[in-house]
Design a protein. Structure first.
Length: 179
């Protein structure tokens, strides 16, 4: 139960008490009317009844003053409750505005997350494409390295053949110069 509900319950209880007091007051007023009717019939006890009526009237005045004070306090409490209700309305309006801003922020965050996800997907695709190209370059490098090895082997073989040819040419020159 919220504080406001408790306050409303207390206020309702106070109003019920006030209604009870008013009902009691009506009952007492009715008793006074009966006493006045009996006064006409009992002339002998006129002074005693007058005294009793004066006492009852004094109590009635005291009770009425108390009820007026209670009513004034209830009015003050009502004014306080109205102020609290106004503050609560302001707070509720502020919360509604805050909630609207939170919804907007959440929407913006969701849009940004979608945009980031799209960028990440694009980057993933670009990375996959780069990996394919890098694999092709690696294969080409391996083939180039193998070709260079074969070329070096061919060069070595060619160098060996040239050496043998040079030897043959020298030998043939030496043989011709000896002949």
């Amino acid at each position: 139960m919220t504080d406001e509900e408790r306050r409303l319950l207390r206020l309702e209880n106070a109003y019920a008490t006030l209604a009870e007091l008013a009902a009691n007051q009506d009952e007492r007023a009715f008793s006074l009317k009966q006493l006045l009717a009996k006064q006409d019939e009992r002339t002998a006890g006129l002074e005693q009844l007058t005294t009793n009526l004066e006492q009852l009237a004094a109590k009635h005045d005291e009770r009425m003053a108390g009820l007026q004070q209670l009513a004034a306090k209830q009015g003050e409490r009502m004014a306080g409750l109205e102020q609290l209700a106004a503050k609560q309305d302001e707070r509720t309006a502020g919360l509604e505005e805050s909630f609207k801003m939170l919804v907007e922020l959440a929407r913006n965050t969701s849009e940004r997350a979608d945009q980031h996800e799209a960028w990440i997907n694009e980057l993933g695709a670009a990375q996959a494409n780069s990996e394919v190209k890098l694999a092709a370059l690696t294969d080409a490098q391996i083939r180039t390295d193998e070709a260079l090895v074969r070329l070096a082997e061919s060069q070595t073989h060619t160098d060996q053949k040239l050496e043998a040819l040079i030897e043959i040419v020298r030998a043939s020159r030496n043989g011709n110069s000896e002949a």
